[in-house]
Structure formats: structure tokens, C-alpha cells
Design a protein around this ligand. Structure first.
Ligand code: FAD
Length: 313
């Protein structure tokens, strides 16, 4: 159903600074007890993350992206030393790593197919449609959910031998929402309004039917839309993190339109907004710091008069 790499389906890559190498070490009889613990060890650019299993330790070694040829050239003895240095309790068992072939490289990728997930006779799902960081089991979870959606929509047409491109497109439509950020109930409570960060499009989800429809947005799209805050009437405030903006959107019967774009010199990647006593409180998320530098502490919250944001007197 899916395989990686197709010249006709464009991939958008996001930078990832690390790769991981997975391996196992034994958990001796006298150590056995609770399982499902997570043990992190950090040193400089290296991380060892141990998942405690009943009879063994499942271990991920993290270091900078592209280090695989260097690590393998350095050889197994050097790698055993790294592991024992990061977690000295393993010094008595690192010999169980018999060669560098015991390490399984995960070339960590973060990418998305920019447009369709299908072409005639082919549907991309899982890693082929959107490779994720392994954190939190996201890669495997999304892949399984994609497979469930594909089975749901395609089982019948496949059995009847009549799969169309419309059927294939339905799978993506059902599954393209993992990066929806802001979610608010619409007036009346029968539907939700959501913003999808990567496309900057607004959607309405009807709660009774789960139907999803795009809301035409005059003045949009609002890419990097991160949160939606309802204010009086049919107005919504949308934070745009990368753009350092808060955008006022008025919802009408046939669509929505941008009525004001507000910027403030104190914003640093606003990701949420809360109305409090006539002011808007906006956390500054310092996205510019998360890859290399430590964030500046303490984190700050900008407070701006709501009437300025809305552009009313
Ligand atoms: C070492 C390692 C550790 C990982 N750890 C985690 C983790 O902790 N958490 C997490 O969420 N994710 C993790 N992942 C990622 C996770 O495995 C994937 O996100 C998930 O398996 C994606 O499922 P998939 O069905 O899209 O692709 P895969 O599981 O990769 O399945 C693709 C299948 O297609 C087959 N295939 C490829 N090319 C062809 C071809 N030309 N013809 C026929 N068949 C083909 C492959 O053999 C494979 O069976 C890890 C991956 C690796 C490699």
C-alpha cells in the first residue's frame, strides 16, 4: 500500500538535528521487577534513553545527525565505552553488543507530502506520507491510524475491484489533520472551528456527523496559525507563531474574513492567547531557541490591550 519515494509526489522536509541507534542489553535476574520505566542519561550532545522491559533493556542512543559512518568506523569497543560512560551500570554487560551490526539506525526524518497522497494505482500512508520523530510513538501510531483509515475507505471498493482516485483521496482527507492546532466550539456548540498550521486553512467539523468542510477565508491563508481564541460576537483571534501576529477573523454565514492584523514588538512566537480583564495574555514560546540554544528564562507572557488587537476604540 505504501513505499517511500515517488518522483511525482513532492516531499517537504523539516530539519532534524539527531539520529538514533537502537539496541538491547540484558536485564539480569536479580534486577527484574517493575517494567515500562523510562531512564534518560545526558552528556553533551549524547543521550541514552532506556526503556525498561521485563527481561531486557531496550535502548536508544541519540547523537548528531549523520554520525552513523563515523560511529561504525570507530568500532564496537568505542561504542561500548560511550554506553558505559553515559550509564555506568551497563559497564558489566556492554560486551553483549557483539558488533556494530547489533545497532539499528533510525535516520530520524520529519517530512510531509506537500500535496496529494495518491496517484493512479498508488496510495502513500505512514512514513511514506509523513515521517515523524520517534518521540511518543508518533511514527508508529500515525502509521497504524492511516492504515485503519485506508482499510475503512478502501476495503469495499477493493473487494469490488473498483477503486477510484476519489476513494484514494478520501484517505488523505480523513488523515491530514494531525497538525491541527487551535480548536474552538462554534456558536451554538454543534461544530468545532479548527486551524491547520501548515496550510493556514480554517475548517468546520460538525460534531453530529464528523463532516469536515473548509471555511473560505478572505485575507488568508494563515499559515503557522497556532491557537484560536473566541471573542465577542463572531470574532476569533488567531495567533500566528512564526509571523509574530495575532489576526482577527470575522466569521460569517458564507465564510470568514481577516479584519485586522496585530503585531507587537514584545511577541516572540506567540502560541496561545487568553482574554483577561480587557487584556490579551500571550505566551512567548521562543521557537528560535529550541534546536541549539537554551531558552531565556524565565519565559515571558506579553499583555496587550484587547481593543488594540481588535482595532476598536
Ligand atoms: C530502528 C527504528 C526505531 C524506531 N523507533 C520508533 C519508536 O520508538 N517510536 C515510533 O513511533 N516509531 C519508531 N520508528 C519508526 C516506525 O517504525 C515507523 O514510523 C513506522 O514503522 C511506519 O510504518 P509504515 O508502515 O509507514 O512503514 P514501515 O513500517 O517502514 O513499512 C514499510 C514496509 O514497506 C516495505 N517496502 C519498502 N519498499 C518496498 C518495495 N519497494 N516493495 C515492497 N515492499 C517495500 C518495507 O519492507 C516495510 O515492510 C522506528 C524506526 C526504526 C527503523
Amino acid at each position: 500500500m505504501s513505499c517511500c519515494g515517488s518522483p511525482r509526489l513532492a516531499v517537504r522536509e523539516f530539519p532534524v538535528p539527531f539520529d538514533t541507534w537502537w539496541f538491547r542489553l540484558p536485564r539480569f535476574e536479580h534486577e527484574r521487577g517493575s517494567a515500562a520505566e523510562l531512564l534518560p542519561d545526558f552528556q553533551g550532545k549524547e543521550v541514552l534513553l532506556t526503556f525498561v522491559r521485563p527481561e531486557y533493556y531496550q535502548i536508544a542512543y541519540f547523537t548528531e545527525k549523520g554520525a552513523d559512518p563515523r560511529l561504525r568506523a570507530e568500532g564496537v569497543e568505542r561504542f561500548r565505552e560511550r554506553v558505559a560512560r553515559l550509564r555506568p551500570q551497563y559497564a558489566d554487560r556492554v560486551d553483549e553488543i557483539t558488533s556494530m551490526d547489533d545497532l539499528h539506525l533510525l535516520d530520524v526524518r520529519l517530512n510531509r507530502l506537500a500535496g496529494d497522497w495518491h496517484m493512479a494505482g498508488l496510495l502513500m500512508i505512514g512514513d511514506a506520507a509523513h515521517a515523524m520523530s520517534p518521540a511518543g510513538g508518533m511514527g508508529i501510531n500515525l502509521a497504524i491510524q492511516d492504515a485503519v483509515a485506508a482499510a475503512t475507505y478502501l476495503a469495499e471498493p477493493l473487494l469490488e475491484g473498483r477503486v477510484t482516485s476519489h476513494d484514494l483521496a478520501r484517505v488523505r482527507r480523513r488523515r491530514r489533520f494531525p497538525n491541527v492546532n487551535g480548536v474552538v466550539p462554534a456558536r451554538g456548540g454543534r461544530s468545532l472551528i479548527v486551524i491547520q498550521s501548515n496550510t493556514g486553512k480554517l475548517y468546520r467539523i460538525r460534531l453530529a456527523t464528523r463532516d469536515v468542510s473548509e471555511i473560505p477565508l478572505k485575507g488568508g491563508p494563515l499559515s503557522s496559525g497556532d491557537s484560536i481564541t473566541p471573542v465577542s460576537g463572531d470574532r476569533l483571534l488567531i495567533t500566528r507563531n512564526v509571523q509574530n501576529q495575532i489576526v482577527t477573523v470575522r466569521l460569517g454565514a458564507s465564510g470568514a474574513s481577516v479584519t485586522k492584523v496585530y503585531r507587537d514588538a514584545t511577541f516572540r512566537y506567540p502560541t496561545a492567547a487568553v482574554v483577561h480583564r480587557g487584556r490579551l495574555l500571550v505566551p512567548n514560546s521562543q521557537f528560535d531557541k529550541w534546536e541549539q540554544d537554551d531558552p531565556e528564562l524565565p519565559f515571558t507572557v506579553s499583555a496587550v490591550p484587547l481593543k488594540n488587537v481588535l482595532g476598536v476604540r
